[in-house]
Design a protein around this ligand. Sequence first.
Ligand SMILES: Cc1ncc(COP(=O)(O)O)c(C=O)c1O
Length: 313
Amino acid sequence: MTLQTTANIWHNGKLIPWDQAKIHVMSHVVHYGSSVFEGIRCYTQPNGAGVFRLPEHMARLIDSAKIYRMPLPYTADQLSAAVIDVIEANGVTPCYIRPIAFRGYGEMGVNPLKSPVEIYIANFPWGKYVHGNEGADVCISSWARLAPNTMPTLAKAGANYMNSQLIRMEAEINGYSEGIGLDTNGYLSEGSGENLFLVRGGVLYTTPLANSVLNGITRNSILTLAKQLGIEVVEQALLREMIYICDEAFFTGTAAEVTHLRSVDRILIGDGSMGPITKALHDEFFGIVNGTRPDRHNWLTPVKVKVAEPVGV
Ligand SMILES: Cc1ncc(COP(=O)(O)O)c(C=O)c1O
């Protein structure tokens, strides 16, 4: 999807014009993938706009940086304020927000510790991420997700997305909307940029963090909503074949939101339509973010946006 630009990007504490947010080709990150980042959505509600689970995203950014020994000279609260500043300055909502911290121009060599940490926050309009209005047709990837103790999956690091790229490219080239990676033991893990949920016999299943998944904030939100709706939830390692015989399946993610899966490897899931448990969770999620249902968990941080622009889908 072509990137739609906005006026400003936040860089190390101040707003700079979009076109000036540039880095040197010899920056450490370009060569060794040394970045950590976040993806956040800001939604519009009837009375304004709000960023979804901003403190949780900033906490995860700080965790990702800590794993990679990358000192961030800002607190979670300061970074949250910076997100609000850039959205308000650009006046674009709904939007997607991309904070990124990386090792910049300093020394050559794998060790990043002598290269400075740079932080940027951009926001821009971004519509539907996983295609398929009637449900997504996905595949099991031939690529496995990251093995434990290789690339840490609790860090949302740029380098992890080389694996995601392999999964996504293979899926799209083979005519699917997205691929699901297995972990290195062959258990279901997650999509290239989404957590995975299955429903069978009225029970909601999702893969635990130990199956090489990102600790998704939408995943956590869905688990919270499921408990609130009285849906039984089980987090356990899931065999590959469970996805072929389940009644319902869906992805969660900031970009993917709640996307129901119609088929996996051309095997229809249920009758292919969005099942009742997926629908209940989908409707509750979108009700909260779109402001038609109460934000009973205080998940939205308000922003004052001067100009509202629709997201191009
Ligand atoms: C690999 C991966 N898994 C899961 C997710 C979903 O996480 P979240 O709901 O926090 O966006 C993402 C998106 O950030 C992702 O990139």
